[in-house]
Design a protein around this ligand. Structure first.
Ligand SMILES: CC(C)(COP(=O)(O)OP(=O)(O)OC[C@H]1O[C@@H](n2cnc3c(N)ncnc32)[C@H](O)[C@@H]1OP(=O)(O)O)[C@@H](O)C(=O)NCCC(=O)NCCS
Length: 340
């Protein structure tokens, strides 16, 4: 199906009556209008300003706008992944004065129909949410996997000073304790693209490490497929495991991006898989060292991890790293619904 700039689809029988909504495919020229209605969303961690231009170039992605009287009031992006079987919904947002009137529901249904018409092989729709899901949501969605969210903030310069006082496992270098601490685990391994391919695709070694055999990278859930690896390996990601032959913990650190909280604010995203606290601590500290070294200014660092590790990792953040916890425990849920 050819996608025109102005889109129309048959109204869904269950669609709430939302008079006057008009759908268009977003273009580079829409950027300022989209940003104007996106202020303060995602707690300031909106990735759209940084990623919008790249999104416009991705051939497997369609960004759809809902307009009312010509004005942009909502956005949703749909990206087709998993060998064409999954439509991934991202970036969903509705202008604050228009919320609570079913605009998101209408846009979601529209994009679903549009994607199914363009890619008939699409079977499911997936999205990642961090709000509290209720029984009504679980009538619509299956839960694929969930991770705990730990969000901290710090000044890069302060963290660098603190990290210089710590060993790779977070122990104090100047400790005067008479009992010697256990030796740190061997250093983690940074994977190149050949090693990523080998470990994630040619072996079963990570199947038990990844939650529901899913790589969730910066909110995007991917099945272990060569086509997805091609997408992932084009991104700026630091791939790490504790042991290439027998991995227990794997992590993906997405390189820092600027976020619209203020001047010199960055967002650092770390997706951590595995349940061994010592190894998780070690990889977390390694990513912080490596990816904040050249930053100047404020950093919001979000780590997604096994829910049981949230509390001990908060201890590490507060007591050892002396960084500020931004919010209490929340969850990142990957959910899925059939596209009919
Ligand atoms: C979340 C948001 C998009 C909802 O928009 P809205 O038009 O007010 O949505 P409504 O409350 O009218 O709910 C309409 C539908 O969207 C669904 N919905 C609500 N929040 C959703 C979310 N985060 N992801 C997907 N669907 C959501 C509702 O379940 C409802 O579905 P239904 O029509 O099938 O019953 C809007 O509040 C917003 O822009 N928030 C800030 C950005 C944000 O948090 N986006 C979510 C990213 S996961």
């Amino acid at each position: 199906m050819k996608i025109e700039n102005s889109l129309s689809a048959p109204p869904h029988p269950d669609a709430p009556s939302q008079a006057g909504l008009h759908f268009t495919v977003a273009t580079e020229e829409d950027f300022d209008e989209i940003m104007a209605m996106s202020q303060h969303i995602y707690g300031g961690l909106d990735y759209l300003p940084t990623r919008y231009a790249a999104w416009m170039q991705e051939t497997n992605r369609t960004v759809v706008l809902a307009r009312k009287q010509g004005k942009v009031i909502a956005l949703e992006s749909v990206c087709v992944i998993d060998d064409g079987e999954t439509m991934l919904v991202e970036g969903l947002r509705v202008a604050p004065p228009e919320r609570g009137r079913g605009v998101a529901g209408e846009l979601l249904r529209f994009c679903s129909q549009l994607t199914k018409a363009k890619y008939p092989e699409v079977k499911v729709s997936r999205l990642t949410r961090d709000d509290q899901l209720g029984p009504k949501d679980f009538q619509k969605y299956r839960l694929i996997t969930k991770q705990g969210i730990l969000l901290v903030r710090f000044r890069a310069e302060d963290l660098k000073l603190r990290l210089a006082q710590l060993g790779p496992d977070g122990s104090e270098l100047s400790s005067t304790s008479s009992t010697s601490p256990p030796p740190p685990p061997p250093p983690p391994v940074h994977l190149d693209s050949a090693a990523v391919h080998r470990l994630y695709l040619s072996t079963d070694l990570l199947r038990d490490v990844l939650p529901n055999v899913t790589i969730v990278q910066d909110w995007q859930p991917y099945k272990l497929l060569p086509s997805n690896m091609d997408i992932l390996l084009k991104k700026d990601i630091d791939w790490v495991v504790d042991d290439e032959e027998a991995p227990t913990v794997a992590s993906l650190c997405t390189f820092p991006i600027r976020v619209p909280i203020g001047e010199d604010w960055y967002y650092l995203n770390i997706d951590m898989f595995g349940k061994d606290l010592r190894l998780v601590r070690q990889q977390y500290l390694g990513h912080l060292r490596r990816h904040t070294a050249s930053l100047k200014g404020h950093v919001m660092c979000q780590i997604f991890l096994d829910p049981a590790l949230w509390k001990p990792m908060v201890e590490l953040c507060r007591k050892v790293l002396q960084v500020e916890l931004v919010k209490e425990y929340t969850e990142q849920c990957v959910v899925e619904a059939d596209v009919v």
